[in-house]
Design a protein around this ligand. Sequence first.
Ligand code: ARG
Length: 421
Amino acid sequence: MKKVVLAYSGGLDTSVAVAWLKEQYGAEVITLSVDLGGGSLPADVEQRALAAGASRAYVIDGRETFLARYALRALQADALYQGAYPLATALARPLLAQLLVELAQKEGAEAVAHGCTGKGNDQVRFDVAVHALDPGLQVIAPMRVGMGLTREQKVDLAAARGIEVPVTRETPWSVDVNLWGRSCETGPLEDPWATPPDDAYAWTVKPSLAPEPVEVVIGFEGGIPVSVDGERLSGVDLVERLHTLGAAHGVGRIDHVEDRLVGIKSREIYEAPAAMILHTAHKALEGLVLSREQLRFNRVVADELARIIYDGLWFSALSRDLRTYVMSSQRVVSGDVRIRLDHGRAEVVGRRSPLSLYEKRLATYDETDAFDHAAAVGFIEIFGLPLRVEAARGGVGGHHGAAWQWTDPILASLPATVASA
Ligand code: ARG
């Protein structure tokens, strides 16, 4: 093998992986580091990669693309995995995979590599996405195929190869960060009964220590947030503004026992102040401008898309088709939502839209009421008809002293227990 493109974070694992790949495959290693915000890359990542033995080190600012093509699309869909996790880590993987593939093709590399272990979701997301985009590329995951060294061994190996060990404080957590959120797992969190230690959280203040509540107005156009308190901002500036504000008020902490794709239940701590404020606001606006049927169907799509994103299937046909539906459904999701940040909670306190379906004349109980009360009688007559027919038959399951009893014929024909068969 001549060339490998490695997704490089600047940490110990991927630094050692540079040397390991060169030795195992005799290949030239080119690194790709993508800044996804939230402190995802150390400032000297390029120097670290070169010091670790990379022949070229690419560093890309992927923040606007990450929001525009991935995170804000998931927001439009209301996609939260298992109703809780805003998918920050999962959403970054297809973008990283796409950039790896593009660079591998440009450099004429035969393989791409990443630092995921063989136990998590991220390896699946990388491998599946890379092969969806270029089935001819090999994917190497050093941590999964033998580079499984202890921290001490990695430090020794780095020292022996003259690789400067990145000065990262050793923590008990496995952490992944980007603009959309911070994911934290392992260590003391592995006991799902144990209260997360204070230092499992790095972005948000403890809700009980938050200052006096504040209100913030978020403006949306077509389901995309475009302004904060009337000021138009780029995606990155908007998310960073809400991050700072939300974090200061302890908003966006999530403690979740989650089902990994590889069949394991895992206890995860997330911090996603901006994402959770935006999800809350977006849903509130949809409640104003979408019909009851759209809202009901959107929840199905939200769940499906969240699972697809979580499972690393972003580049599948179903993902594409559902995202196309979502985009269409968002054409009327424009307006403002006022959110109160109050000791860890993001509470909706107001919403308005020029495309609102809310009709004061119809909703009101005052004298301007335009709703036809008398017409309700006829409506109820027809709406309740099927239940009256059922009741006439003797009720569901034999209410009203009805005589009919029903025994499931299949169950009745079975022996009472397996043993007596
Ligand atoms: N459980 C989350 C997910 O699968 C977060 C993974 C965090 N990754 C990490 N390397 N710590 O999306």
